[in-house]
Design a protein around this ligand. Structure first.
Ligand code: HEM
Length: 309
C-alpha cells in the first residue's frame, strides 16, 4: 500500500485512496480510544452505514466490562433493547425545556467570551471561544459548578485523547477522579434537588425502573466526553471552513437562516467524530475480507461522508 503524508488538516487523499483500494483494511497498529489495539478500518459509505444499522453483527458493546471503565456501562456502548430503554429514561431527564431554559445564559456566555476581542477585531477562536464554551455548557447542563470549567476541560481532553500518546493510566485515573467528584454531586442532589440533569436523572423512571448510581455516573461521564470535544471540534472546523470560503461567509452574513444548513454540511465534510468503534459478533465476509467474531472495527465517518458513490 502506498502511504500518503496524512495530516489532520488534509486526510482526504488518504481516505480516497483507502476507500478506492482498501475499503476494508486490517491495521494491527490502530489504537482505539479505550486502549485496544488492532482493528478493521472501514471507509465506504455503504459499509459504514450498514455497520451503524446492524447491531446484531456490529455490536456497540465493544468496551470490556470492567469496574474501572465507566464507559462500559454507558448508553454509548449499549445495544437494544437495553439501549432503547436507557434512551427513553435519559430523554425524559434531558428535556427540551431544560435545554431551552439555558438559552439566554448560553447567549450571555457567548457574548462575554467574544466581547473582550471586539475592539481588536481579531481573536484566537479555538483557544478563546471554541475550547471554552462547550465545557461551560456541559458543566452547567449536568449541574457541575461553573468554576470547574478548567477541570472539565482536562477531563474531557484525557477521555477523548489518543491512548497511544497519553497512556491508559491517564484514562483510568481521570475516570476515577470524575467518578469520585460526580458521586459526591449525586449524593448532594439526592439530598437537595436542583434544576439540573443529575437531579432529573435521579428521578427519571420508565416502567417503574430507575437508573442505578453507576448508570447515572456513566451517563454524566459519557456526556462530558460526547459533548465537549465534539462541539469544540465542530465550532473550530466550521470557523476554519468559513475562513477558507469567504463567499460562503458573506452569504451566511446576508442570510443567517442558512447557518444551520451550513453547519450540517461542515459536519458532513469533516465531522469531529472521526471514527466510531464496533465489535463484530459473528464471522462475516465484507468486500472479500474475512472478519472474525470478536474483531474490532473502526468506521471512518469522514471517509464515508465523502464517498462519491
Ligand atoms: C458536533 C457535535 C457532536 C458530534 C459530531 C456528535 C457525534 C455523535 C455520534 C457520531 C454519536 C454516535 C456514536 C455511536 O453510535 O457510537 C453520538 C452519540 C451521542 N452523543 Fe453526540 N455529538 C456531538 C455533540 C453532542 C452533545 C453536545 C451532546 C450532549 C449534550 C452529545 C451527546 C451524545 C450522547 C448522549 C450520545 C449517545 C446516544 C445514544 O447512544 O443513544 N453529543 N454523538
Amino acid at each position: 500500500m502506498k502511504t500518503h503524508p496524512v495530516t489532520q488538516f488534509n486526510p482526504d487523499p488518504w481516505y480516497h485512496e483507502m476507500r478506492n483500494h482498501h475499503p476494508v483494511y486490517y491495521d494491527p497498529d490502530f489504537r482505539f480510544f479505550f486502549g485496544a489495539q488492532g482493528g478493521w478500518l472501514l471507509f465506504a459509505y455503504e459499509d459504514v452505514k450498514q455497520a451503524l444499522n446492524d447491531y446484531e453483527t456490529y455490536s456497540c458493546e465493544y468496551i470490556p466490562v470492567t469496574e474501572n471503565d465507566l464507559l462500559s456501562a454507558s448508553i454509548f456502548t449499549m445495544n437494544p433493547p437495553r439501549h432503547k430503554k436507557m434512551r427513553a429514561i435519559v430523554s425524559k431527564a434531558f428535556s427540551l425545556s431544560m435545554v431551552s431554559q439555558m438559552e439566554q445564559w448560553m447567549y450571555n456566555v457567548c457574548h462575554s467570551l467574544i466581547m473582550p476581542f471586539i475592539g481588536d477585531g481579531r481573536m484566537e477562536f479555538v483557544r478563546d471561544f471554541a475550547a471554552g464554551l462547550p465545557n461551560l455548557v456541559m458543566a452547567r447542563l449536568i449541574g457541575i459548578p461553573d468554576n470547574y470549567g478548567e477541570k472539565v476541560s482536562q477531563w474531557s481532553k484525557t477521555l477523548t485523547g489518543d491512548p497511544a500518546v497519553l497512556g491508559m493510566d491517564a484514562h483510568y485515573n481521570t475516570m476515577a477522579e470524575m467518578s469520585s467528584f460526580l458521586s459526591q454531586l449525586i449524593q448532594e442532589r439526592s439530598l437537595q434537588p436542583q434544576e439540573d440533569l443529575i437531579t432529573n436523572l435521579l428521578h427519571a423512571e420508565i416502567d417503574g425502573e430507575k437508573l442505578t448510581i453507576t448508570e447515572i455516573l456513566a451517563f454524566c461521564v459519557t456526556l462530558l466526553g460526547a459533548g465537549t470535544e465534539t462541539s469544540e471540534g465542530w465550532l473550530s472546523i466550521a470557523m476554519y471552513m468559513f475562513s477558507r470560503y469567504p463567499a460562503i461567509q458573506q452569504h451566511l452574513q446576508a442570510v443567517p437562516a442558512d447557518i444551520p444548513k451550513a453547519l450540517a454540511e461542515v459536519l458532513r465534510l469533516r465531522s469531529p467524530a472521526i471514527g466510531l468503534a464496533r465489535i463484530v459478533i459473528r464471522d462475516i465476509q465484507l468486500q472479500g475480507q474475512k472478519i472474525k467474531k470478536g474483531d474490532l472495527v473502526n468506521l471512518f465517518l469522514n471517509a464515508a461522508n465523502l464517498d462519491p458513490a
